[in-house]
Design a binder for this molecule. Sequence first.
Ligand SMILES: Cc1cc2nc3c(=O)[nH]c(=O)nc-3n(C[C@H](O)[C@H](O)[C@H](O)COP(=O)(O)O)c2cc1C
Length: 325
Amino acid sequence: MAGVSGGLLAAEVTRAGGLGFIAAGHFQDITKLEAQIKLYIEASGKPTDLAIGFIGFSSLATQSQWENYDYILRTYRPKAVQFFAPSIVTNDSGGPSNVELAHSYGSKVLAQVGTLKDAREAMRHGVDAIICQGREAGGHGLRREAGNSTLALASQAAQISESTPIVAAGGITKGKHIASALAVGCQAVSIGTRFWACEESIGDETLQKELIKENSCDDVVRTTAFDELNNEISSIKWPKPYDSSGVLRNKITDDWDERPSSDLQHAINHSDLLEQYKAERGQTTSTAIYAGEGVGEVHSIEGAYATLLRLEQETMQAIERLKSL
Ligand SMILES: Cc1cc2nc3c(=O)[nH]c(=O)nc-3n(C[C@H](O)[C@H](O)[C@H](O)COP(=O)(O)O)c2cc1C
């Protein structure tokens, strides 16, 4: 989770028996990533379990980023790297792909996808696990018309996979959700929102507090509104079909989500909307507060270690309960 998963959050998840990912985000600043890696190593005591997530379209856009990626793999030998948007990235100058380079250093590769077609493609490239991200997910993902629900995608990916482990992502905040992912054939789950609401998260605290208000799945929407606005003011522009994110509803989504994109573009070009948006950035009414639909069952900000242990216990209880049906 870019801007949220730093070294401490990853360390606590890993210490509790999960695999905590440090987010490299757009991978613009290698020193920031290395600082988080060092925090992770100190806090976890498990350097060999290091895992790092990269955003595909922006992390390997230049030759120097490829060199930095190579440096990170060579120096820290992460156990796993994860890619999304897209999950397979080829090198324009003819070098190995993101997957091949990671494999050459002994790192496993997890590919996050939103369609079965992309899951098949990732399997063809020999990735080590597929994360099936559903529309319920918090943060960036496929536009709602292009994506699928978590369980349908994960279940069907599990059907077509011969040996690649399938990981479900999207809307999972309780053990009962994990049990349902396991029931459809997943080997693991990938959890964002529940850990964004943890003490070790490095996200903005004011935004984080919104996660534990009286929310339900009705308060979450997958929208392109924030990407359309942010793409106007940021040098990094999210491309279609990934220019959409699961967020808590607020003034921006109320004003723009259900209107055609041309209305928003018109307002951007012919009013002071962008200036107003920039001025209000950081406020809960106008900022993308990334959250998946499972946020309706997140009620407190706790330590990640205890959160993971509780999720594990809840999963076992859910499985036991099902046995008695
Ligand atoms: C705050 C936040 C930031 C995220 N950033 C990234 C990211 O940088 N790269 C990525 O592949 N996915 C990112 N995601 C999506 C997660 O990988 C995952 O698919 C999602 O959180 C799962 O849904 P959930 O939030 O309902 O658990 C982010 C999600 C959140 C909530």
